[in-house]
Ligand binder design. Structure first.
Ligand SMILES: Nc1nc2c(c(=O)[nH]1)N[C@H]1C(S)=C(S)[C@@H](COP(=O)(O)OP(=O)(O)OC[C@H]3O[C@@H](n4cnc5c(N)ncnc54)[C@H](O)[C@@H]3O)O[C@H]1N2
Ligand code: MOO
Length: 655
């Protein structure tokens, strides 16, 4: 930071917040180059911390041993300290007799008597070797003998000089390097430092990273949300990621999209922290003021605003004096992705940590993936072990997802000039969150909350399942290719009006799951639906232009059922076609629509009225070759377990 007073800086920040300023969009490499060049390289500085609190810290300079370990020559067995030369030729048949000196060397006793030739001194393991002695005989090799000349031992083995002695400094010698700069202190290093005399340790000062969330819509986790409200998840994940990468998070909270409030927050953050991370308000909307404030930062100021990548295009990178300031896009996946790609390398360098180890694996892309021209797109994927190379399934959740980063095994890049990554192409997946763990059971297909009830019981048995929700047809295709153990599906054949069986293919088996009651959902008390039969309610609603439908996506079993009931009618709202039961229930419950078709469990969950229409079958396709795998056998046994059946029935399914 410069010497500018906080007040003057605040005034400049306020003024800047009202101006528009955009820089040109740059490549990710150029953005990183500018950012790194403007931040002083290397760790921040050094502080002394007590050994007991040094866990996880980074050693700031090479630490020599301050004392020898062990600090003196000591016995490594219980027995007798003696001169090896006196034991030459000793054997069971011809033992050597040594006189006992009048001293017993327990641990912690400083020897007072020398060991003259022809004598021995009793010593405990860890006892200090007395002057004159150069070896220790194990007590098992000796017999005590009382003679006229005084007590002695009969020794039945010859000893080499140095035998059973741990010499001073043989573990580590005073002055030898114990730990070098950059080493991270774990419990193992702490024991070594304690032994070598370090009660306080010089470590790299942890960079304090201020974390600021911006947005009028944001509320802290766990507080009830008003209509339009969003839970601030960015602050939590960013603070934790700061800690994971050697920093100390300073959570400053949520600020409204108000130039004055944000300017004050930023100037407070710069006064208290070594780095500032804001999220939200960096795009082009009217409320996007975060990035504008940055234009008033002390030099070098804003370095980058706009990077040709997805997620993360509106990223803004700045440096105030020597302090990095980053405005991340508000969308959670964009925020955490750009934090890891751009802020973490700088943070780790400030914290004295080495660059994060990256692991890449080759995988085969399971789904054709279009990409926007002109931006390098990073696609979050889940990996499933196939025969040979693993298959990469894009999560398809977009920048706004709060789960993608946690659920993905990694990501691959589609180059800026490519508009698509073809199915079957080889992609290099950078792993996130540690190495890839092979699950015991891979389930790809349609998701149902009932499935979680089964998997909970399996987890109690130590069986770890990986589920990829790609829809019934996606699961069926994966099962045909032998990529999963189970493909849960609820596929309705419009001609036979049968579920799932008509879709069986050679090499596949079908295991029955449970039934889900589907019906009309509506807000309780709505007289257009209350008390009617399902089919009659559909007919009535379809002919009432004021009664708004929320439809389902083409190809879903629900859509096929509804189209059958509508017999060609296209009621108001027909074009609104979300992809899940939950989206239908949310639309009705929030009055964006008046009716739709969903399963009973979801209707109940949203407090909606429900008029049954039909039963949907949720079954499992299993590749024949995988049917006898132990985890599959356990899963199918679990489906029939009374405890699981009771739980499914409780949830509103019929098992
Ligand atoms: N006309 C244009 N609109 C947008 C563009 C564009 O170029 N032109 N860029 C889009 C891209 S790409 C992204 S990424 C987003 C990022 O926008 P902002 O950084 O301005 O973020 P906000 O508008 O404040 O929020 C976006 C979204 O994220 C939610 N959010 C914000 N903060 C949090 C938080 N702390 N925790 C959880 N969720 C958060 C917020 O509610 C919004 O839903 O802009 C596109 N638009
Ligand atoms: O860059 Mo934004 O993160 O694409 O959605």
């Amino acid at each position: 930071m410069t010497d500018e007073s906080t007040d003057a800086l605040l005034a400049r920040l306020r003024h800047a917040a009202r101006q528009e300023q955009f820089l040109d969009i740059v490549s990710a490499e150029e953005a990183m180059r500018r950012f790194r060049a403007a931040v002083p390289p290397g760790p921040l500085g050094t502080e002394l911390v007590p050994l007991a609190t040094s866990l996880g810290r980074i050693v700031a300079k090479t630490l020599p041993a301050r004392a020898d370990a062990p600090p003196f020559d000591r016995a490594s067995v219980d027995g007798f300290a003696l001169r090896a030369a006196d034991t030459t030729g000793a054997s069971e048949a011809v033992p050597v007799r040594l006189r006992l000196n009048a001293e017993v060397l327990a641990c912690g006793v400083a020897p007072a008597i020398e060991v003259p030739p022809g004598t021995a001194t009793a010593i405990a393991t860890g006892g200090m070797i007395p002057r004159g002695a150069d070896a220790v005989a194990m007590i098992e090799w000796t017999e005590l003998e009382d003679a006229a000349e005084g007590p002695g031992i009969l020794l039945s083995r010859a000893l080499a000089p140095g035998q059973f002695i741990g010499f001073a400094g043989s573990d580590i010698a005073r002055g030898e390097a114990l730990l070098r700069a950059g080493a991270q202190i774990t419990s193992r290093e702490i024991g070594m430092l304690a032994a070598a005399g370090w009660s306080e340790v010089p470590v790299v000062r942890r960079p304090v990273v201020a974390v600021i969330s911006t947005g009028d819509e944001l509320h802290p986790p766990g507080t009830p949300l008003p209509p339009g409200g969003i839970t601030d998840s960015n602050a939590a994940i960013l603070c934790a990621a700061v800690s994971e990468n050697g920093g100390e998070p300073l959570a400053l909270g949520i600020f409204r999209d108000d130039p004055d409030a944000l300017a004050a927050a930023l100037s407070d953050a710069l006064a208290r922290a070594d780095m500032v991370v804001m999220s939200g308000g960096t795009s082009k909307g009217a409320g996007d003021v975060s990035h504008r404030i940055l234009s008033a930062l002390p030099a070098p100021g804003v370095l980058v605003h706009g990077v040709a990548l997805k997620p993360g295009k509106p990223l803004c990178l700045a440096v105030a004096g020597t302090k990095p300031v980053v405005v991340l896009p508000g969308f959670p996946t964009s925020a955490v992705f750009t934090f890891h790609e751009f802020a973490v390398p700088v943070l780790r360098a400030m914290a004295g940590l080495p660059p994060r180890a990256e692991t890449e694996v080759e995988a085969q892309l399971a789904v054709r993936t279009p990409s926007e021209l002109g931006r390098t797109e990073y696609v979050m994927v889940s990996l499933a072990e196939g025969e040979g190379t693993p298959r990469a399934f894009p999560l398809g959740k977009g920048s706004g997802s709060v789960t993608a980063f946690a659920q993905a095994d990694g990501f691959f890049a589609i180059a800026a000039l490519d508009q698509v990554a073809e199915v079957g192409s080889t992609v290099r997946v950078r792993l996130i969150g540690g190495a890839m763990r092979a699950p015991d059971l891979v389930i790809i297909g349609s998701h149902c909350v009932g499935l979680d009830a089964v998997l909970d019981v399996l987890a109690e048995q130590g069986i770890r399942a990986r589920t990829l929700a790609v829809g019934s047809l996606g699961g069926l295709a994966a099962a045909k290719r032998g990529e999963c153990d189970l493909a849960p599906a609820h596929l309705l054949d419009p001609t036979t009006v049968d579920y799932n069986t008509p879709f069986l293919a050679p090499g596949l088996m079908l295991e029955p799951g449970w039934r889900r009651s589907q019906g009309v959902v509506f807000r309780p008390g709505d007289a257009r639906f209350e008390g009617r039969a399902g089919r009659e309610a559909v007919r009535q609603a379809a002919s009432d232009p004021g009664c708004l439908l929320v439809n389902r996506n083409a190809g879903s079993g629900t859509r096929i059922l509804l189209d059958g009931l509508l017999e060609g009618a296209r009621p108001a709202g027909y074009a609104n076609q979300p992809k899940s039961h939950n989206a239908v229930a949310a639309a009705v419950s929030q009055s964006r629509a008046d009716w739709g078709v969903a399963i009973e469990t979801v209707a109940r969950d949203y407090g909606l009225g429900f008029l049954p229409l039909a039963d949907e079958h949720y079954d499992f396709f299993v590749p024949e070759g995988r049917r006898t795998r132990p985890a599959v056998v356990s899963f199918l046994a679990c489906l029939r377990a009374p405890k699981v059946i009771a739980r499914l029935n409780d949830l509103g399914f019929r098992a």
